[in-house]
Design a protein around this ligand. Structure first.
Ligand SMILES: [Zn+2]
Length: 272
């Protein structure tokens, strides 16, 4: 069961959005709240509440990594983060204004925008292509124990199907003009997909300071909780209006975030 909690950010309200989904695992829930992974045909019962909540994923998702030692999300303790500007951890973002969003899908766990294979990043010596973007409400990662109203995950994979995910945290403030392009496709019913086929410059929703970031090695935050995921969390949050957060929140399971996972000897680094 989810515990209620307080966000220590002034008068910020909890807001909510989408989850760390395998890019190919669109799913929808049936009346019994089970979901079907359409591409695998595999039954999946995980959710964000009750007996199928994140605390139970390791037992109900038998062939997953959900019970592993190097899981996500985590709490980032800034003073404990190592400082590095090594070439091996340098991030290069190659996103293009003309990149098309194919569609947006409500998979029952989050709202997910699927992109054509064009935008990419270069990280740890390899190229990772952007596959999809989704939301969690409130955030999954916390910084110094502080949870944010929203977290956006930009999921990238390489030729070996390994992952690098960029996390962008959001706080509540003024309306975000760039984000409006995304939220205008809502509402979206569970299981529903809307075609978009329009260009969107994803970099337009990046924080102004999209240079400073934390990095560590973890996992997908939804089953199968695949490990060895490179995580990059931008230090600076973006600003969205309460209405925008509520709009996304209203199309996802309430509180679709996974609880904090143990660090287990991992080191979080930062480049600032
Ligand atoms: Zn996610």
């Amino acid at each position: 069961m989810k515990k209620s909690y307080l966000i220590a950010i002034g008068s910020l309200m909890m807001l909510g959005l989408v989850s760390c989904e395998d890019p190919g695992s669109a799913s929808k829930q049936n009346n019994e709240k089970a979901s079907v992974h359409e591409k695998t045909g595999q039954l999946s019962h995980w959710s964000y509440e009750g007996e199928t909540s994140p605390e139970h994923w390791a037992e109900i998702e038998k062939n997953s990594d959900c019970g592993g030692k190097y899981q996500s999300p985590i709490n980032i303790v800034d003073v404990k983060a190592c400082f590095t500007t090594a070439d091996s951890t340098r991030l290069k973002v190659d996103y293009f204004p003309e990149t098309q969003i194919f569609d947006v899908h409500n998979n029952g766990h989050s709202i997910q925008f699927d992109f054509e294979q064009k935008d990419s990043i270069f990280y740890k010596g390899g190229v990772y292509h952007l596959k999809q973007v989704h939301f969690h409400e409130p955030s999954e990662h916390t910084i110094n124990g502080m949870r944010f109203p929203i977290e956006i995950h930009l999921v990238h994979t390489n030729a070996k199907n390994q992952y690098t995910v960029i996390g962008i945290l959001g706080i509540e403030g003024n309306d975000n003009d760039q984000f409006r392009f995304l939220d205008k496709f809502l509402p979206l019913k569970e299981g529903e997909t809307k075609d978009i086929n329009k260009a969107f410059d994803l970099k337009s929703i990046f924080p102004k300071n999209a240079i400073d970031y934390y990095s560590y090695t973890g996992s997908l935050t939804t089953p199968p909780c695949t490990e060895n995921v490179n995580w990059i969390i931008y230090k600076q949050p973006i600003v969205l209006s309460l209405d925008q957060v509520l709009k996304v929140r209203g199309n996802m399971p309430v509180n679709n975030y996974r609880n904090e996972q143990a660090l287990n000897n991992r080191v979080i680094c930062k480049n600032f």
